[in-house]
Design a binder for this molecule. Structure first.
Ligand code: C2E
Ligand code: SIN
Ligand code: SIN
Ligand code: FE
Ligand code: FE
Length: 404
């Protein structure tokens, strides 16, 4: 194997490793890790599996060929599990903790214990040929997952085998990335724990609900950004923060009394006013703190119940820190921050398609009818159009994060 890393590669890897330490949201991090590894090895596709309860679960998929096709994004949300054993390629690499190069996944040598599962290829009409699979090991040699890089391309765009040099670069890089992934996983766990505290109070505000609202929001934003030709680097950065901030939209419910949160029937006028305070209480949690996403989180918590036509709450309120709070005149249209308009749509869609203490879940037709009817009333009309244009991705997210 070609065994030396050239100087430019080392510098690039160090730069990326440094950048990775700045990224907190795990999905943005996985996205970057995979993209960087693919760039170094000129690969068409790749995926990252993370170890969860001794099983590898696919967390990230990139595929230039498929994503270029319409709705390729829905493949990002597949829910594939692979046991750690010698039956599959990813399982074998997790077990042996050694990188593995395969020249043609469809022409495996009869002596190897593992086979290649063609079901993804078949469902996506893709042809996997060359594979480079590396374990993701932390500095303390803990296995956190497996990264698989697929179909190395030559200058003419033909698929060629990976070289020893690719293995060295990708494995080196994977080891550095593993530490950051571990940290990001911790951050997400801390956030889910915070949401868990809120959930104890509001049984309807489940982990699955917040995961869905986070995922819908970043996908709606990404399509909106593509329509507006927002630079890719900006989109990446926003996705990173938006997912977490969207997940925390209702965190102010921690301070709302149980008698309201768990009430089975409709709320009376005073109870509803009390309930509305969750937007103010949530926004307060993010005030005066230092991290970058706090402003976005505060903006979303405060404005996610505003409506496009001005009939939402809390409206234009001045001081949100005082004890007394009165609804202000409703914010209207683009006066409502974009990210709050996105989360508003995601949150209501999810509330309607879920069961609540006070309501049954609605059938799909009725929900879609409502979303269309509220175009330009409750919701930003442009965002409703975006929502419908990526509806297959929305449905895939719904299948991925299911209520227990
Ligand atoms: P949530 O359950 O997460 O609902 C979020 C938003 O989804 C609601 O905001 C509303 O805009 C929309 N939504 C939910 N269910 C329905 C529905 O049956 N029909 C329509 N047209 N829209 C619906 P909203 O109204 O500001 O409520 C905020 C939060 O207040 C809700 O969060 C829930 O926790 C609570 N809440 C609202 N109404 C009731 C109620 O009648 N009984 C109880 N116990 N809680 C309620
Ligand atoms: C973050 O900055 O993304 C996470 C903050 C934390 O929970 O430590
Ligand atoms: C995931 O949520 O596991 C991947 C999809 C994404 O973050 O875009
Ligand atoms: Fe809310
Ligand atoms: Fe909610």
């Amino acid at each position: 194997m070609a065994s030396s890393l050239n100087k430019n590669n080392v510098a690039a890897i160090l730069k990326i490793t440094e950048d990775l330490n700045q990224i907190h949201d795990i999905d943005s991090l996985l996205d970057r890790v995979l993209l960087s590894a693919r760039r170094f090895s000129r690969a068409d596709a790749g995926s990252i599996y993370l170890l969860e309860n001794q099983v590898l679960r696919i967390h990230f998929v990139q595929n230039d060929t498929l994503i270029r096709q319409e709705s390729g994004n829905k493949f990002l949300y597949q829910n594939q599990m692979v046991p750690v054993n010698d039956k599959s390629i990813a399982g074998y690499v997790a077990m042996t903790r050694k990188p593995l190069i395969i020249d043609d996944a469809y022409a495996l040598d009869g002596t190897v214990p593992y086979g290649f599962n063609r079901s993804f290829d078949e469902s996506a009409s893709y042809r996997t040929r060359s594979l480079l699979t590396v374990p993701l090991l932390t500095g303390r040699n803990r296995l956190i997952g497996v990264m698989q890089i697929i179909n190395s391309l030559d200058a003419a765009g033909a698929t060629v085998p990976f070289r020893g040099e690719d293995e060295l670069v990708v494995a080196y890089f994977a080891n550095h990335a593993a530490g950051s992934i571990e940290k990001a996983k911790m951050t997400r766990e801390i956030i889910l724990r915070m949401i868990g505290i809120a959930e104890l109070r509001d049984p309807e505000e489940t982990g699955a609900h917040v995961n869905r609202v986070g995922a819908y929001s970043i996908e709606i934003y990404s399509q909106w950004a593509a329509n507006h030709r927002v630079a890719e680097s900006e989109v990446k950065k926003v996705r990173d923060f938006l997912r977490i901030a969207a997940m925390l939209h209702d965190v102010g419910k921690v301070a709302i009394p149980d008698t309201l949160l768990k009430k089975h029937g409709p709320l009376d006028h005073d109870e509803y006013l009390q309930m509305q305070r969750h937007v103010i209480l949530g926004a307060r949690l993010f005030k005066n703190s230092t991290s970058d996403w706090d402003d976005m989180a505060a903006e979303i918590a405060l404005n996610h119940h505003e409506k496009w036509d001005g009939s939402g709450y809390p409206g234009r309120v001045g001081d949100i820190t005082g004890d007394e709070w009165h609804p202000g005149p409703g914010k209207k249209g683009e006066e409502i921050p974009l990210f709050a308009r996105i989360v508003a749509l995601s949150d209501v869609y999810d509330a309607l398609t879920s069961q609540r203490a006070y309501k049954e879940c609605w059938p799909e037709e009725k929900v879609l009818g409502y979303m269309g009817e509220q175009r330009g009333k409750q919701f930003d009309p442009e965002l409703v159009d975006v929502f419908f244009s990526i509806y297959d991705v929305i449905r895939a997210i719904q299948k991925k994060y299911v209520d227990h």
